[in-house]
Design a protein around this ligand. Structure first.
Ligand code: ZN
Length: 649
């Protein structure tokens, strides 16, 4: 096998001051998908993650808990590893900054830069934000507080070692200008350029007022500044000082994936450390956006942290991975809500992908006793789906190169959609009825082959799902060992025996209109969180009601006057309805089952006295009735023509 080159990708090393939230799982899931994709393309991948364990903040937390800092971080770091196992994060190495191998690297880096004359001793007098572990000059503070996090800063005056950052400012600006790929996305690049141009001070790189850190090698009373220590993990993980062959192969990193709040450390301090060491700079630092919960950044103090472990237990890891990768435009802030997650699972995973697999395997079992047939002559339809499969594979590759993960998934789901449409167009059941055996063979082969290609394209993003599709297709080869070349059309061998399996994504049965904000009480924060309003109720569990309870509902015949999609919510339609001489607007989760045009003029049944609510920001004054199964939905209508406003009882 030829050398396809290497790919070195890193996550930030996470800080063990708190439990990990869904935002951390977001970063690691992205890094994992990119790493898996490059392995699939035959690259020699090094995927690094780890934990950032030193600093004043950790020391204070540990002290407040009455434990040694090391005992404190050991426990927390254990939970990181459990979470990454749960999320199928395929990291190759995990650097803990408390490890000896890292300790050695940090001290040597410090020693080399000191020997070069780029670290010198002076007195630091200024401000320090302990939560951010960041130094600030008076003129950078905002209202006397940390400009990054808005929290109070502390005045620090101590003897310190300083790193001559200022000396490298012009060279760094030049590098950023010559290498547009270095800081991405572009908005962050512009921010950083402005920051550097506003003047770069020398950086304080040692502290004397606490102990929890790596000692300065030439002056044991000092500990090395925690960011200087942490950033260096990317060298440790690549084998710096330890394995020259590995280091020569993997360094520089191809991609440092970081949250936008730490782009500054990675695109100013880090490259300057590397310049001072005469090492090449990483190719790209990508600052992704935050996962917001409603409008706020998730944080423990706001009480809106979503526990990624509980979420994976409830919905399954691949459902959560899919949501994170698909829903959020990479680089921008994204919003997490349970309803959006449920919508994605039901629409894309249960309906589109799950049904495609289920229908195809069921038909191969029913019509061909589970054996993949030989294909016969192709029609225009088969040529079309074959061509789209090829285009999709190449497009996914291009999107990953461009770090557009959501676009990669939407390309894959376009093929899923096309395959479902192909079933409807080719009508295997009619071919079977008509005894058109050769044509039926062709259609069934094509369905199996599209699914095989989908398993290959999906496995980097949803590893378990890829394996499940593979298993149902009955392909014996190890999915792990497949490569991109296997996505070429025709890999499925006739004679392969498919296996009936469970639905890969059971539909989550929660009514779309359950998660609503009460218009009468718009500041009901509990409800905005979605947790309380999302009871799962199976129909058989409902208690008996009296006729009086039922009589409380005002059910009316309504006529649909107009219908349109709700932007940003692909399950919802906004309907203008007429109830007698009253006009109202309602929002209904039926977009997957009805086109807006076919609804106009229909007579439906609505609950007319439902309290008004907001669904995805759109006011809804009532609710329509519909019957549904796992994959189908039908509006409840009336058998004879009656005027709108007529009572239903
Ligand atoms: Zn701060």
């Amino acid at each position: 096998m030829g050398d396809k080159g290497k790919y070195y990708i890193t996550t930030p090393i996470y800080y063990p001051s708190d439990k990990l939230h869904i935002g951390h799982a977001y970063t690691s899931t992205i890094a994992d998908s990119i790493a898996r994709w490059h392995r699939f393309n035959g690259k020699d991948v090094l995927f690094l993650t780890g934990s950032d364990e030193h600093g004043q903040k950790i020391e204070r937390i540990a002290t407040s808990l009455g434990v040694e800092p090391k005992a404190y971080v050991d426990r927390i770091v254990g939970t990181f590893k459990t979470l990454w196992d749960k999320y199928d994060i395929s990291y190759d190495d995990f650097v803990r900054t408390t490890e000896d191998r890292h300790h050695k690297v940090v001290q040597e880096v410090f020693r080399r830069i000191y020997a070069k004359g780029d670290i010198y001793k002076d007195t630091y007098e200024g401000w320090y934000c302990t939560p951010c572990e960041a130094f600030w000059l008076e003129n950078k503070l905002v209202d006397g507080r940390c400009p990054d996090c808005g929290r109070p800063v502390e005045l620090v005056k101590e003897e310190s070692y300083f790193f001559r950052q200022s000396k490298y400012a012009d060279r760094l600006l030049q590098h950023i200008e010559n290498n547009p790929e270095f800081i991405r996305p572009e908005s962050r690049r512009n921010e950083m350029v402005n920051f550097i141009k506003s003047g770069l001070e020398d950086l304080c790189v040692s502290r004397t007022t606490f102990d929890w850190g790596i000692p300065v090698p030439i002056d044991e009373g000092h500990v090395i500044y925690v960011w200087f220590d942490a950033l260096t993990n990317y060298l440790t993980g690549a084998g710096f000082l330890d394995d020259d062959a590995a280091f020569d192969r993997y360094w520089p990193a191809d991609l440092h994936l970081v949250g936008k709040e730490i782009v500054r450390f990675h695109t100013i301090i880090w490259p300057i450390i590397l310049m001072a060491l005469d090492l090449p700079l990483p190719k790209t630092v990508f600052g992704h956006g935050w996962l917001l919960f409603g409008q706020d950044k998730m944080s423990k103090s706001k009480g809106n942290v979503v526990d990624p472990m509980e979420l994976a237990d409830e919905f399954g890891v691949d459902a959560v991975r899919y949501f994170l990768l698909r829903e959020i435009s990479f680089g921008q802030d994204g919003s997490f809500t349970r309803q959006a997650l449920i919508d994605r699972v039901n629409a894309d995973l249960a309906n589109d992908l799950g049904n495609l697999l289920h229908r195809s395997v069921a038909m191969i079992l029913r019509y061909r006793d589970g054996v993949i047939p030989e294909t016969g002559p192709l029609t225009k339809l088969e040529k079309e789906v074959q061509e789209l499969a090829g285009i999709t594979a190449r497009e996914v590759g291009r999107h990953i190169e461009a770090l557009e993960l959501n676009a990669a998934l939407s390309a894959i789901w376009r093929l899923v959609g096309r395959a479902n449409k192909y079933i409807d167009e080719a009508e295997p059941w009619s071919l079977n009825k008509a005894g058109n055996s050769q044509r039926l063979d062709t259609v069934l082969y094509h369905l199996g082959e599209i699914l095989r290609i989908l398993a290959l394209l999906i496995k980097s993003f949803l590893p378990t799902t890829g394996s499940k599709i593979w298993a149902q297709l009955g392909i014996g080869d190890d999915l792990e060992l497949t490569t991109f070349a296997d996505t070429r059309w025709g890999g499925l061998k006739p004679g392969t025996r498919v296996k009936k399996g469970d639905p890969i994504f059971p539909r989550i049965e929660i009514d779309a209109v359950n998660e609503v904000e009460d218009v009468a009480a718009p500041d009901n924060r509990q409800k905005a969180g979605g947790e309380e309003s999302m009871e799962k109720v199976a129909s058989s569990d409902k208690p008996l009601v009296s006729i009086d309870d039922f009589a409380k509902l005002d059910l009316r015949v309504a006529k649909i006057k107009a219908a349109e999609p709700v932007s940003g919510a692909d399950r919802l339609l906004k309907l203008q309805i007429e109830i007698g001489d009253e006009e109202r607007q309602i929002v209904a989760g039926i977009a997957q089952h009805y086109q807006p045009d076919e609804l106009v003029g229909k007579q439906i049944v609505v609950v007319a006295n439902l309290k008004p609510a907001k669904v995805r920001g759109v006011v809804s004054e009532g609710m329509l009735l519909a019957a549904s199964t796992a994959d189908n939905l039908s509006l409840v209508t009336i058998e004879k023509d009656l005027p709108s406003g007529a009572r239903v009882k």
